[in-house]
Write a protein that binds this ligand. Structure first.
Ligand code: AMP
Length: 459
């Protein structure tokens, strides 16, 4: 007998149930099962949940239900009943897409609002009645100041990824927005972690909230094989290119610390014959959407992203994640690698670490309470600019079970003492013969002439 509750058990309105069926959902996720009944009663909520848990439907469905229960006859244009604040444009767009999806069989109108695009189409859209507004804080305040938006009728406020909004310095904007809202309203706040700052913010925003918390489906999970390669910053780009080609990875999310670094790395990988794209805040919305779509459908094998751009992207269950640089905040490492190994699938998370990052590495290992396996990449040395085309000798070993470079042939575990095997230049001695097989050796990794090996990107 199936004892799992259903969406119908939660008492959601019929048009919403139909949309849920259309979306193919069978049962509420844990965050949905906890949050929906409480939000339906009008209570405030503090939720610890991240992207991938189903939290968006967890707050959107009961909100839509409440709007349907209390239709307003004379809605004024530009006066939303629900305000959902999120940190990034990607997340804003994704949340609004969910609102549209779940409200498709209703007359509820939603709108997305973020900066970096022309404000006039948004002003035009605000001339029509509006129920749910999904916005980033900055552009929202622009509209409020220009009086193209009226927040005095907001009944429900959602702060989504509140921790990230604080990280990004939105606290003052949020406080200003709060002063524009009616005092009596329902408030929902979601955050990956409950830091002191989040506790403080929630005290000022929430009234007698319930707390719901769902663990990430996988936090530094057993399913993710975590490894790191000690190398030098100057060699990282060549090394990464080599690892991707040798391992036949066809879908890898690479994290860099800076937007500039993301661009340069994507360009370098493209030059090396890999299909790569960068995604970050300086790219136009259209370029980012295109890159993401290409990555999802397999045309782009390597997506290079900054933490902020990657956060909230609806891409998970990836086979491979690479930290081109370690994040400054250890928790971000957990977010990053949480992109892989989900839903029972195995995944690999590899970090390229230089000596300036060892402190960060120690902090990460302290946080995840386990050492990250040190590996050396056999057959690679910074001097080796054109190894024998990998398909001549390695085609048979992809895909591998754990999607990691094969330890016997591609990457070899090294204990900490094993780091001593590296040469003073930072590289470990090349695989016997590997370097000799170079057709066009050069001492400068920057002058890599690695031949395009797009063939290796096969699925
Ligand atoms: P979120 O955590 O809100 O970003 O949702 C992550 C993904 O889970 C989205 O792609 C949703 O479409 C999907 N999802 C949400 N709720 C369910 C559910 N009850 N069953 C299956 N998939 C779901």
């Amino acid at each position: 007998m199936n004892t799992q509750i259903t969406f119908a058990d939660l008492g959601l309105a019929e048009p919403l149930l139909r949309a849920i069926t259309d979306a193919g959902y069978e049962h509420p996720t844990p965050i949905q099962a906890q949050a929906i009944p409480h939000v339906l009663t009008g209570g405030d909520l503090l939720g610890a949940a991240q992207t991938g848990t189903g939290k968006t439907a967890g707050f959107t469905l009961p909100i839509l239900h409440r709007l349907l229960q209390k239709p307003l006859a004379n809605r004024k244009p530009g006066q939303p009943r629900v305000l959902i604040l999120t940190p990034t444009r990607e997340l804003t767009a994704q949340v609004e897409e969910s609102v549209r999806l779940y409200s498709q069989h209703t007359a509820i109108r939603s709108m997305v609002m973020f900066g970096g695009v022309n404000i006039n189409p948004q002003i035009n859209a605000l001339r029509k009645p509006l129920d749910v507004l999904v916005a980033t804080p900055g552009r929202l305040l622009d509209h409020a100041q220009q009086k193209t938006l009226d927040l005095s009728a907001v009944e429900i406020l959602v702060l989504d990824e509140a921790d990230r909004m604080l990280d990004m310095g939105f606290i003052r904007d949020i406080r200003r927005i709060l002063t524009l809202l009616p005092k009596t309203r329902q408030n929902l706040l979601f955050s990956a972690t409950f830091s002191d700052e989040i506790r403080q913010l929630s005290k000022g925003v929430l009234n007698d909230p319930i707390e719901v918390s769902v663990a990430r489906r996988n936090t530094a999970s057993e399913l993710v094989s975590q490894s790191m390669v000690l190398t030098e910053q100057a060699h990282k780009r060549d090394l990464l290119s080599y690892i991707i080609r040798e391992s036949g990875w066809h879908q890898v999310l690479v994290f860099t610390r800076t937007k500039h670094g993301a661009n340069r790395l994507a360009e370098k990988l493209t030059k090396d014959g890999l299909s790569a794209a960068a995604i970050h805040g300086n790219k136009s919305q259209a370029a980012r959407t295109r890159a993401l779509a290409g990555f999802k459908d397999g045309q782009v094998a390597v997506l290079v992203a900054t933490d902020i751009a990657a956060r909230g992207l609806d891409i998970d269950q990836l086979p491979n994640v690479v930290n081109f640089e370690l994040p400054n905040v250890p928790e971000d490492y957990v977010h990053r690698i949480g992109r892989t190994g989900r839903a029972g699938a195995e995944g690999s998370a590899m970090s390229l670490v230089d000596k300036t990052e060892v402190k960060l590495l120690n902090a990460i290992e302290k946080l995840i309470k386990r050492p990250i396996e040190r590996i050396t990449i056999e057959g690679w040395s910074p001097d080796m600019v054109t190894a024998e085309p990998a398909h001549n000798r390695q085609n048979d070993d992809r895909p591998r079970r754990n999607n990691a470079p094969r330890k016997s042939a591609g990457a070899r575990p090294a204990n900490r003492a094993g780091e001593g095997r590296r040469t003073p230049g930072g590289q470990r001695p090349a695989h016997p013969g590997g370097q000799n097989r170079s057709r066009n050796a050069s001492s400068s990794p920057a002058r890599s002439t690695a031949a395009p090996r797009a063939a290796l990107l096969g699925k």
